[in-house]
Design a protein around this ligand. Structure first.
Ligand code: ADP
Length: 408
């Protein structure tokens, strides 16, 4: 089945066309700066395996025009991957927030759209953009079934002790204030890959205790017991937990009122500070990109060194916290931009964890290969496996979409 995977941000439309039987990517790309300055400087970057990458400009005032341009590109004689749009069997959408309504992926209908709109208050930057993508596809591909795959769904298995905050219970009941967690599609994907490896190593699926670390621009971890998420670091919003590229992660909530009272920052200013000016960028003063921060640190920049130390220290603390939550540990999984590419961070996280049974193989860590089935960077005698697994959220979305559509 050919599935078009769509991931709409407020000013972008990412896409990948996937043939799900062979799990093969036919084409992928991103339309950027959609609707910014009326979309006048929007650009489409398109990749097709075996062909040179393409960059095309065209005004894209909204997501509908962007989708049109994507569909045109996918069917173009030179760089296209299909001859006709009728070859697209289904569309799978990444939807950031499903609230408590969705614990798995669903076929999109009017009720689903209404429910996604309803939880937009919890994800005002993301859900409306996801909905724009859904509406654009409904218009342009009216006969093609669509599926919503939620970032929050995988974590809906958490128990109240993990998802409730120490706040008045009414805030949960009346306003839905609780931990939801995000990056669920990525945590689920790498869990499946790691679970296969652990089963081969003789650990039954239902007993597996895995800590997954999605370390990209946004960062989160999950504690996964028998394939089920029992805890995760992100909360009501993606701001909680690990320190990230530009987000602060965990902090004393009184800092928010302090910023307001003492620095006279209003709510949007505090929000922008915590989401966009903190993390690797805020601490280092150099960049939100680990590559730049690492370079500055190696040149003696103390703030950059501190940023890396804080980053890795937080991951390490959660590894131990989640081993406690899981009553043990069979595997740590590293994924996403930093997790897949930065041996120094993996080393800082894993060193001195021998008491948990983690013994890193330094050489395998340094020379880690990109393998779809994961690359084990633990020593043979380590009780805990340490896998580096390239995430593939698009493939997970395509799999769910194909499965649901096949069952219609
Ligand atoms: P997103 O979270 O936006 O999906 P990614 O998972 O691609 O992003 O992660 C992007 C981040 O990963 C970059 O900001 C950078 O910090 C880090 N990164 C990407 N490539 C490398 C690399 N080769 N070495 C170290 N860090 C990298």
């Amino acid at each position: 089945m050919i599935v078009l995977v769509v991931n709409c941000g407020s000013s972008s439309l990412k896409y990948e066309l996937i043939e799900t039987d062979a799990e093969q990517s036919l084409a992928s790309g991103v339309a950027d700066r959609v609707g910014v300055n009326g979309g006048t400087d929007a650009v489409l970057k398109h990749k097709r395996p075996g062909c040179p990458d393409i960059e095309k400009s065209k005004p894209m005032p909204d997501h509908e025009v962007a989708l049109d341009f994507v569909l045109e590109t996918l069917t173009a004689a030179d760089c296209g991957a299909i001859k006709d749009l009728s070859e697209i069997h289904a569309v799978g959408h990444r939807v950031v927030h499903g609230g408590e309504n969705f614990s798995e992926s669903v076929i999109i209908d009017g009720d689903v759209i209404a429910a996604v709109e309803e939880v937009s208050k919890l994800a005002p930057l993301h859900n409306p953009a996801n909905l724009m993508g859904i509406h654009a596809c409904t218009k342009r591909l009216p006969d093609v079934p669509q599926v919503a795959v939620f970032d929050t769904a995988f974590h809906q298995t958490m128990q109240p002790k993990a998802y409730l905050y120490g706040l008045p219970y009414e805030l949960y009941l009346e306003h839905g204030i609780r931990r939801y967690g995000f990056h669920g599609t990525s945590h689920r994907y790498v869990t499946l890959v790691a679970a296969r490896r652990l089963e081969e190593a003789g650990i039954p699926a239902e007993d597996q205790k895995i800590v997954t670390c999605h370390l990209g621009n946004g960062c989160s971890m999950a504690a996964v017991l028998g394939g089920v998420s029992i805890d995760t670091t992100m909360g009501l919003t993606p701001l909680e937990g690990l320190m990230m590229g530009t987000r602060c992660g965990d902090l004393d909530p009184a800092i928010v009122t302090y910023l307001h009272d003492k620095l006279s920052l209003n709510s949007p200013e505090v929000d922008a500070l915590l989401n966009k000016k903190c993390g690797l960028l805020g601490v280092s003063g150099v960049s939100s990109d680990m590559r730049d921060v690492k370079k500055a640190a190696s040149e003696g920049n103390m703030r950059a060194q501190a940023a890396i130390e804080i980053f890795a220290y937080r991951v390490k603390k959660y590894v131990a916290a989640y081993s406690a939550a899981l009553h043990g540990l069979d595997a740590i999984v590293f994924t996403a931009g930093i997790g897949e590419n930065e041996p120094m961070v993996r080393r800082l996280v894993c060193e001195n964890l021998a008491y948990l049974g983690v013994l890193l193989d330094r050489e395998r860590n340094e020379n880690c290969a990109k393998e779809r089935d994961g690359f084990d960077i633990a020593r043979p005698n380590s009780q805990v496996r340490v896998y580096v697994i390239p995430t593939n959220e698009e493939l997970m979305i395509a799999r769910d979409t194909a499965e649901l559509v096949a069952s219609i």
